[in-house]
Design a protein around this ligand. Structure first.
Ligand code: FES
Ligand SMILES: [Fe+2]
Length: 362
């Protein structure tokens, strides 16, 4: 049966196969050093380390000889030595030496391209094509010194698409996040727009209620905002299957006011499947105001961490239920699902582009 016909509910949706021809987050820069470590990404065990000049390297973690994990090995210069029988691998994945043997094998470890931007390292696990570079989303703010970027990591006990559905859904803010982000129910009455943009779905809600918006601004902007029209966006777009860019700028002043101020907030969510039922989840917030205000940034990080813990909690509960509950089920659709449903179609397009219309065995 075609993938499109299989999806009757979120339970079917999270069974879609992983898509590899996209960039995913592999970790924070600080995760990687000259000591090899292993991470499982999209069901593949990968060994990561840095060469002596700091270049990050990612290769299959399974030694070509007897499947020993190379992450348990050690570095000799830039070469990774397998701890079991001592085969040495270059950072290109080639065999540098085999103990007690003069001839070398031409076999190679699979090496994965990486890209380090700001404090983050991204990985390409699919076919290496010319289009691969162009497929890297615009994340220039992560390396832009006008922005201060902070963030965190958590492991999700759930399929990555449960989190992507959450990110494409503005209607849970006033409930799941009622204790953290303090959105009121009236916020949900603001009409939202949904449009296809850059291959993803851009969903946005613009709040122009001065009393509500002013509460989201740091205190010393309150005076500046007095008597002026102010607005705050809560929008976002899934730019790849595993990278979501949230845009939440606040504007002080009318659109045609030459002194109109904008306080930019770009929040990225990076969800990289670990297995079908666990996911790596990083988030980062980039702001171009209050960059030097450590206290503000700490406080902001605390609020965001509390909020994203609520998403983590919801994802884990849904996965647990879906694993155990096998009833016939017709999913109900509500008005707030518009972006999420369109996103399912985009996801389906990505799956079909890589795996075809239907599973091979069908
Ligand atoms: S398993 Fe790695 S050298 Fe034998
Ligand atoms: Fe959320």
């Amino acid at each position: 049966m075609a993938y499109a016909d299989q999806i009757k509910s979120v339970k079917d949706y999270i069974k879609l196969p992983f898509v590899y021809n996209h960039w995913y987050m592999a970790g924070m820069s600080e995760d990687f050093s000259q000591t090899p470590i292993a991470k499982t990404l999209l069901n593949r065990s990968i060994v990561f380390y840095r060469t002596q000049d700091g270049t990050p390297v990612a290769m299959q973690n399974r030694c070509l000889h007897r499947s020993f994990p190379l992450s348990e090995g050690y570095m000799e210069g830039d070469n990774l030595v397998c701890r079991y029988h001592g085969i040495r691998y270059t950072p290109e994945g080639e065999i540098a030496s085999i103990p007690c043997q003069k001839s070398l094998s031409q076999k190679k470890l699979h090496r994965y391209p990486l890209k380090e931007v700001g404090q983050f390292v991204f990985i390409w696990m699919g076919d290496e094509t010319e289009g691969m570079e162009d497929a890297f989303p615009d994340l220039s703010h992560l390396a832009d010194t006008n922005f201060r970027t902070f963030g965190d990591f958590m492991l999700l006990e759930g399929n990555y698409l449960l989190m992507l559905e959450n990110l494409n859904d503005l209607s849970h803010f006033a409930y799941l996040h009622k204790d953290s982000f303090v959105f009121s129910e009236e916020f949900l009455d603001i009409p939202f727009t949904v449009e296809k943009r850059n291959g993803g779905i851009f969903c946005n809600r613009i709040d122009r209620d001065p009393a509500r918006v002013v509460k989201t601004l740091p205190p010393h902007y309150h005076e500046l905002a007095e008597g002026k029209p102010i607005e705050r966006w809560d929008g976002g777009i899934a730019v790849t299957p595993g990278i979501f860019t949230g845009l939440a700028p606040s504007y002080i002043g009318a659109e045609d006011d030459p002194d109109r101020m904008v306080l930019n907030q770009i929040i990225n969510h990076y969800v990289t499947p670990e297995t079908e039922s666990t996911s790596h989840y990083w988030w980062s917030m980039s702001i171009d105001y209050e960059q030097n205000n450590d206290m503000f940034c700490e406080m902001f990080k605390g609020i965001l961490t509390t909020g994203f813990d609520e998403d983590k909690w919801a994802v884990a509960h849904m996965q647990k239920l879906l694993d155990k509950d096998h009833i016939e089920f017709d999913e109900m659709v509500i008005a707030g699902d518009q972006a999420g449903l369109l996103y399912r179609k985009v996801m389906l397009d990505w799956v079909i582009a890589e795996h075809g219309e239907a599973p091979k065995s069908a």
